[in-house]
Design a protein around this ligand. Structure first.
Ligand code: MN
Length: 282
């Protein structure tokens, strides 16, 4: 089922996010959500086949064709996530503030499913902030320690391109016109202001930051898994869970985007199996 992973990561008694329900196919809406979780990022979602195909874009989309934005494919989301804006409470997966940064419709420039499969998705956006032709390109060469979930989001040259585009000038919700701080509420905004900008610049500026940091994190997780998995999980149980949960696509992006504590509902066994599947040996 398309939304299994979405469901597995969340406790719907704890989070205000919508339940995992597959919608009807055929509609072509898109949404970009600005998400201040462990790290600030933008979630780019295209409605396709009754779900929202989703990518976490650390720097956010750009209208400047010179920008090649890293986009980590993450788990499909239900279509009802389309207008989700608000706060995911502490302790939940992706805890933090979510803004509906842009929304609209999209038109694939070809067969959407085939282009997605091929890793070369060309489309036109008709949103409030994002307009014109874009491409999502799957990066074929998997770097060591990555899961093959890295894509690039690129604006094509057209009437809507905008050299020097600065996404920070557009910090408002297209749904409610609120800023991130207004959505987060006054109580927490002071804290966010003092801590976020510095960490964002530090982690996102260097070109080699991605491969290095992911490789280190995966190596550390693999080591932890080797040390703890033996005691908690029998070999057959581990093999079984590997079979049942093949290579979760979100693992690399999770380190960029979400809290390492993946949710209140995870059991120790689940955590162990997740560590096992994130081994860089694959
Ligand atoms: Mn997110």
């Amino acid at each position: 089922m398309a939304l299994e992973e979405y469901q597995r990561k969340r406790d719907f008694k704890q989070t205000p996010e919508p339940p995992p329900k597959v919608g009807k196919a055929g509609q072509r809406r898109f949404v970009v959500q600005k998400h201040r979780a462990t790290r600030l990022h933008y979630d780019f979602r295209l409605e396709m086949e009754g779900v929202l195909k989703s990518w976490a874009v650390p720097k956010g989309p750009s209208l400047d064709p010179a920008d090649k934005r890293l986009a980590m494919q993450v788990e499909d989301h239900p279509v009802s996530y389309f207008d989700f804006e608000g706060i995911i409470p502490p302790g939940n997966y992706g805890a933090g503030t979510v803004m509906v940064w842009d929304m609209g419709t999209w038109d694939p420039q070809g067969n959407a499913s085939e282009m997605l499969q091929k890793g070369d998705l060309k489309f036109r956006l008709n949103g409030e902030k994002l307009k014109g032709d874009f491409a999502l390109i799957h990066m074929k060469s998997r770097r060591p320690g990555t899961k093959g979930t890295e894509w690039l989001l690129i604006k094509h040259r057209d009437a809507y391109d905008q050299p020097g585009y600065d996404i920070d000038h557009y910090d408002y919700s297209v749904l409610t016109k609120r800023t991130m701080d207004e959505i987060a509420g006054d109580a927490s905004s002071a804290e966010w202001k003092s801590s976020r900008p510095a960490s964002r610049v530090g982690t996102l500026q260097k070109s080699s930051w991605l491969a290095d940091s992911i490789a280190k994190l995966d190596a550390r997780k693999a080591k932890e898994a080797r040390q703890s998995a033996g005691a908690k999980t029998t070999k057959s149980a581990a093999a079984k869970s590997l079979k049942l949960n093949p290579a979760p696509a979100e693992d690399t992006s999770k380190e960029l985007t979400e809290s390492p504590r993946a949710g209140a509902k995870s059991s120790a066994k689940k955590k162990a199996s997740r560590r096992m599947t994130s081994s860089p040996k694959e």
